[in-house]
Design a protein around this ligand. Sequence first.
Ligand code: SF4
Length: 443
Amino acid sequence: MTKEGFFDTNTISPPLGLGIVAALTPAHWDVEILDENFDTFEYREADLVGLTALTSAVNRAYEIAGIYREKGIKTVLGGIHVSMLHEEALKYADSVVIGEAESVWAQLIADFEQGVLKRKYKAELLPMNKAPLPRRDLFHPGYVYANIQTTRGCPMKCDFCSVHIFNGSHYRQRPVEEVLDELETIQKDRLFFIDDNIIGYSKSSAERAVELFKGMIRRGIKKDWLCQASLNVADNEEVLKYAAESGCRMILIGIESEKEGQLEEVNKKMNLKIGTENYQKVFDKIHKHGISVLGAFIYGLDTDSVEDLENRTDYAIHSNVDAIQATIVTPLPGTSLFKRLERENRLLYTNFPKDWEHYHFLEVVYKPKLMTAPELTTAMHDNWVRMWDLKVLQRKMLRTLKATKNSRAAVFAYFASLERHNAAFGTSRQPIDLNKMLQGLSK
Ligand code: SF4
């Protein structure tokens, strides 16, 4: 599963939160989304400006808010970072939304219209039925995937994650028929279910996922899609069977580490429950249904030595994971990890907000325990070079083809690894065009 800011592969999927806020805005407003993933910011006239940004880019949001405030135009900041640090954000904007915007946005607009905009709007977590349809017409057409969210919240409390803090610890699910109605409005052929875990944590939530996938088949919604799920995705064969039949090509799974002690260290309970010795069996089951696995690994845990990092890369390369994501432990504001490292005086960059620019998962921002920060930086670079070596990726692609017998699943995995390589090295090893890669492949 992903956490805020993991791999800023920007052009993958659109800013769904902004699309939802636009949908919540009354019809007599004209709404525009200026998306710096594609367009350079140029000042435009506006009555009200809303901004959001990941932690590593929040200074840019503060900067743009400043430009509008200087001209007397009201600004509102929202999103995970701002919700965790609203006092910081209030120094740069007129108003902040703390939490999910759905419960407060209408009031905020009404207050603005009456000239009584408040400094803070503290949102509550609403049930997910009758969720507004995001204004997809406002998204830049250049995104590789369309995206959709069908659930929010997580009952787990992984040390490094802000999902359970921002979206709450109750797993909230949208009614299947409403999700299907929304899916029918999506034009793009490729889709990313951005739920942190599409199958949830219980028998009934897995059954709901099956109903969703069956509904896609029944309604003739044909997409190639990827999602995020926990390792229990393989507990229910029906989940994999209908996921595959409805177009699932790849599942991102937060593996984090191949060592149980380290899973305890980060409080990754689901992986402990499945057991590291069973990882390969889980991947095999997924492959059997023609779906590939994007394994997300975390590097630089307190019990990691340089040798442990090398071993993790060996595991990632030689395991039957099809694509590799490898990030450096990054304490995001609001997480238990941040609080602990701050308490232990181990944060290397604390000149906030400026230093948030370092908190993007590809840079060492804390003092590791079993090596120095420069040693971890060097080791990470070496591991990235090794895991995304073109020969490794090609071997993996062939292995994926053999295991899944699905060329689309293999292309999805290859593309995912290349994207992550490019994000880590800031370069494009070779032009990536998923559309071209998929052209000519039969469904
Ligand atoms: S399982 Fe852990 S990493 Fe995944 S969303 Fe929940 S708290 Fe975050």
